[in-house]
Design a protein around this ligand. Structure first.
Ligand SMILES: [Cu+2]
Length: 309
């Protein structure tokens, strides 16, 4: 007879974040999930303590609960939207408006917020203080090492901030292979950005044009030295010799996306359509989803680039 052993995790009954990992510098929307009361008593107040480096945290309103965001003077001010921020939200509070709207033990609920995460990677622990009609649960324990909360009675909520391991995409088409594609995330107020990739055509081909629903104007650009000044300009088409990987990279050929409809935020996907001409003069097109992230392998070009046409 087979004996099946069920390993259960207690994680669902702790105060946990519904999204426990995120990329550095990203806009994060998360929720603290509360799985039970305090020793059978209904939950009346949830407080979430926001770690240093989280910017502009906002709680989501909740029906039947009064929401409060407490600000404090920052030890390290930061600049956002051109303004120096010296005071920011450090604590969120949801308080049941009445006995009827308190969260009964034996039920669960989620308390949502959004924030901008720091650029620093690593495990971040959010302390959650749960107050009930009788008693409190202070979710504040942090493991000495690692991410496992096993053995901890009241672990804090984990948010693991880590870089995406893959930030480029590859598309294979019968005539061309497009690899290592990515788009540079924009900074505030920037209306244009560059997209980069390697294009390898099977036969002699040409890249004729590019377009993207994310940009009002998309062009193929080259960079060249003109009287010791690096300039970029649109080119009518880009030659793709058979079997040779043509690199579109910072400081060299690139796709220029201008008149952006929205900021290109880190982590989003930007669709790009590339129109080609094959060796026989026929046209075809390829769609690529560009990841908005700077790949670790991409190095900014140093010095002048020389192109031979
Ligand atoms: Cu350009």
């Amino acid at each position: 007879m087979m004996i099946s052993v069920m390993f259960t995790t207690l994680a669902h009954s702790h105060a946990v974040l519904t999204e426990s990992s995120a990329t550095p510098g990203s806009h994060y929307k998360g929720a603290v999930r509360i799985g039970h009361g305090c020793n059978g008593s209904a939950t009346t107040v949830i407080k979430v303590f926001i770690p240093a480096g989280f910017e502009g945290t906002k709680p989501q309103p909740k029906s039947g609960w009064t929401v409060n965001a407490k600000k404090s003077i920052l030890a390290e001010p930061y600049v956002s939207h051109g303004k120096t921020i010296t005071e920011d939200v450090v604590e969120l509070e949801w308080k049941a408006s009445s006995k009827e709207t308190a969260l009964p033990d034996g039920t669960f609920d989620e308390f949502s917020f959004m924030t901008k995460l720091p650029e620093k990677t690593g495990a971040t622990w959010l302390r959650v203080l749960q107050t009930c009609e009788k008693g409190q649960n202070d979710w504040a324990e942090i493991p000495a090492t690692g991410l496992s909360t096993k053995g901890l009675k009241m672990p804090a909520a984990l948010l693991n901030i880590k870089a995406e391991s893959v930030s480029t995409t590859t598309v294979s088409h019968s005539n061309v292979i497009i690899s290592d594609s990515w788009v540079r995330p924009t900074v505030k107020g920037q209306r244009a950005t560059g997209a980069f990739m390697k294009i390898t055509a099977k036969e002699n081909s040409k890249l004729l044009s590019v377009s993207s629903p994310a940009a009002g104007v998309a062009e193929i650009h080259e960079m060249k030295m003109e009287k010791d000044v690096m300039k970029m300009a649109a080119i009518p088409s880009l030659d793709l010799p058979a079997g040779k990987a043509v690199e579109l990279k910072p400081g060299s050929y690139h796709v220029m996306l201008m008149d952006l409809k929205a900021p290109v935020e880190k982590g989003v996907k930007v669709p790009l359509t590339l129109k080609f001409q094959d060796a026989k003069g026929g046209n075809f097109q390829v769609e690529v989803q560009l990841n908005a992230a700077i790949p670790s392998v991409a190095q900014p070009s140093s010095g002048a680039q020389h192109h031979h046409h």
